[in-house]
Design a protein around this ligand. Structure first.
Ligand code: FAD
Ligand code: UDP
Length: 386
């Protein structure tokens, strides 16, 4: 056996395909789940025929042509611009908060005044993180910063992370900046879309290669075991003939939590079929201030699927608890980064072992960045060009 890849998610599937196809080497991809796709797994709901994204809404978006062209070898795309909404003070408005949102919430004269000030201060088409907007001195800008902070970010972030916006890594809230524009799309990337036959099919197409064998319902422990005991003694057992192991599971789990657990946020998805053609006016509606959930996804929008019924997912954030739920979001701060670095140093000592993906690298990667990282690794291990 030349290569073992732990995890049949996006990172594992891209790497498997590159090694199998460009290096011509054999790859065994294992996953402890009974399906491929990792967190981008989707399936056709039997009753309605709607494609449901089991682990939350995923919209592919990138400015990287190389990544887009590569994935386009395995799928055609439904060209889709994501224009979600949020309920603020009972109004269903456009997010990310932008100039159109101003007119949806305030009187025309007030919206006009604030619009002018925002454009004069920052320029049209500029994105301003909420934590930066809060530093403004002008009364109107102060007002709008406080309004957006309170009605869009504060309670949502507290539900999502159990923390205030200023207590989390600033890059997290900066993912959804205030956009000085009438462009109501969540993303402005050049390439955006949803795989036309779903993400799972795209992953299956990547893995469908004579050099790749996929083993589901298989834990990495069948191939590689690292154990650590209370006396500080470590041991590593690997299948002997294997040249490289790539691991897209959680790095702390691999090392038997020898330095302690890396924390994650988890989610609980309440997936429901509703007896109406449309439940809400777009693919995603956020509820920053009401209820205990953060957002509701209506799946039929992604591929423009038709049915008299609809399927929605109601998303409840929760703490990750080992053995009880799934890891979704790494929690980025200096303590967790230091802990991650200890594991990463440990990993560097083992020849032929590579940690990849959101869990292996403990990074809040979007799909395009996850693919970019695999391209970089592939070049490093001897593949010339992805
Ligand atoms: P994963 O998908 O987590 O795959 C890891 C795989 O490894 C899993 O299948 C797991 O079962 C398997 N595994 C783990 N440990 C073991 C083990 N010990 N033995 C065997 N198998 C194991 N990105 C975007 O670009 N756009 C979006 O709109 C977007 N929305 C998101 C919404 C949510 C709610 C979340 C959580 C993420 C979102 N992302 C989005 C990010 C996207 O999900 C990730 O970039 C992508 O899934 C990363 O893939 P991965 O292969 O690195 O990890
Ligand atoms: N956020 C918020 N209100 C919203 C949307 C986002 O406060 O209506 C904050 C929240 O802290 C969230 C972060 O911005 O975790 C990033 O949001 P994004 O939509 O990118 O989250 P993801 O899709 O990755 O869960």
């Amino acid at each position: 056996m030349e290569n073992i890849i732990v995890g049949a998610g996006l990172s594992g599937a891209v790497l498997a395909n590159l090694i199998a196809d460009k290096l011509g080497e054999k790859v065994v991809v294992i996953d402890r789940r009974c399906v491929v796709g990792g967190n981008i797994y989707d399936y056709k709901d039997k009753e309605t025929g709607i494609t449901v994204q089991k682990y939350g809404p995923h919209i592919f978006h990138t400015n990287n042509k190389k990544v887009w062209d590569y994935l386009s070898k395995f799928t055609k795309w439904n060209y889709f611009f994501f224009k979600p909404n949020a309920i603020m003070e009972g109004n269903c408005v456009s997010i990310p908060f932008n100039l159109t949102t101003l007119y949806e919430l305030f009187s025309e004269s007030m919206a006009q005044r604030i619009e002018e000030k925002l454009i004069n201060r920052f320029g049209y088409g500029v994105k301003v993180p909420i934590l930066k907007l809060r530093d403004e001195d002008d009364e109107d800008l102060k007002f709008i910063a406080q309004y957006v902070y309170k009605h869009m970010f504060e309670n949502y972030t507290s539900k999502q992370w159990g923390l205030k916006p200023e207590e989390i890594d600033p890059s997290v809230t900066a993912r959804v900046p205030i956009f000085i524009s009438h462009d109501c799309r969540y993303f402005q990337d050049k390439y955006q879309g949803i795989p036309i036959n779903g993400y799972t099919k795209m992953i299956e197409n990547m893995l469908n290669h004579p050099n790749i064998e996929v083993k589901l319902n298989t834990d990495s422990k069948e191939y590689v075991i690292f154990s650590h005991n209370e006396n500080g003694v470590d041991s590593l057992k690997k299948v002997s003939s294997c040249k490289r192991i790539f691991y897209s599971g959680a790095i702390d789990e691999f090392f038997d939590y020898k330095y302690g657990q890396l924390p994650y946020r988890s989610l609980d998805f309440d997936i429901q079929t509703v007896d109406k053609e449309y439940f809400q006016k777009s693919a995603m509606t956020n509820y920053p201030n009401n209820y205990d959930f953060t957002r509701i996804t209506e799946h039929k929008y992604f591929l423009n699927e038709k049915s008299d019924k609809s399927v929605i997912s109601i998303e409840y954030p929760q703490q990750f608890v080992l053995g009880e739920n799934e890891r979704y979001y790494p929690i980025s701060n200096s303590d967790t980064q230091n802990l991650y670095e200890k594991y990463n140093d440990e990993a560097a000592k083992i020849d032929g072992l590579y940690f990849i993906g959101r869990l292996g690298e403990y990074k809040y990667y979007n799909m395009d960045l996850a693919v970019e990282r695999i391209f970089e690794l592939f070049e490093k291990i001897g593949g010339l060009n992805a």
